[in-house]
Design a protein. Sequence first.
Length: 415
Amino acid sequence: MRGRQTSSAPSSQPAWSWAMTGSGPRRWAALGGPTGDPPQALAVAAQHVAAQRCFHLPRAGSQAAALEIFAQLDADLRRGWAVAGFWSYELGAALELPGYSVGAEGDAEWICFDPKHLQRVVLPAPPQPWQRAFPPLPADLAGQGPAYRRSAAEVLEKIRAGEVYQVNLTAQAALPFGGWPDALAALAAVQAVQSVPYAAVFQGARHQLICGSMERFLSVRGQQVSSRPIKGTAPRHADPAQDAAQAQALRQAPKERAENTMIVDMVRNDLQRAAVPGSVQVIEMLETVGYATLWHLESEVAAQLAEPGQLGSLLRATLPPASVTGCPKIQAMRVIAQLEGRRRGPYCGALGVAFPDGSADLAVAIRTLWLDGQTARFGVGAGLVADSEPEAEWAETCLKAQSPLAILQLLRGGQ
């Protein structure tokens, strides 16, 4: 295996290595049935982990190493294990961009366990009542505004030159945060801040990942696969009339509609690489969906898999998710590498669970916190198209930072 594998874990291993919960009709399919009261989660206890895989891609030969990582994933599933974990943005970029500069730990990590050990548990109450008061932007993120706007202007120049049509440009923040919260308490905090379909906590060998994603990357049942990309964002309003008007404006906004439509075409192209010819179809287009802090435009694409039961092959065809790259995908990733100049890591990758029967649920790892015991990191971004305005895209990026900041605030006890 070219990608180095490690298996060490901190001495304070938490009770749960994986936990997942969600709300709404399009949540993790593995949860099954209607959501209950009190809210429930599916979780795997640390003592039931049969194996833990942790990889990073080398600077040389990263493409071959990525292929071997996907082969290991399929081998674990064929062995009869379920797997839960993440697959980074860089893992997909390494496949598409030969010579892509990587070389940091955390490119793919998952646990293996007997599916019978995935147990239903009741979530605790949130660490404290959520007051709907969002904390201010940290100086680390606020200070990136000028650089982000300059990069956004460069993207618009590249769009005008015909080099790209859309680019998802991101910023990252790092804040002091000691220790790792209990997985179930973290899930409760995520759902208290913003009720989302794809909330999960993954305890890695050296990091903890807390995800509150709205976006389905891949849902696989039998031969059927579906993806539900999100593009198009608008803030919520306390006044119901203003809120409804904001949703209507989002549905009708040419810029937001164009952005979503381009991503739908990219998802179709990605799924086509793993699908039965002619089976890719758009199931839903430009649906307005409301969350606690914002409105999103969502669409859905489905297909019949040519090789069902081969999650590694499906990830090779689709990672990184189209909605966090741009159009055309490979050139957009080149622009991202040039302008961002840093790794995204788990952020903008995939996170989820898969089973030996071939079923899988993966979310796009957005609204995701990456804790190392001393620091909490998260990324946020926006998609730029020809009529984007750098100031507006920075405002959208800051809006998306509210959720991870509020989760951290709750986990700190409101401080």
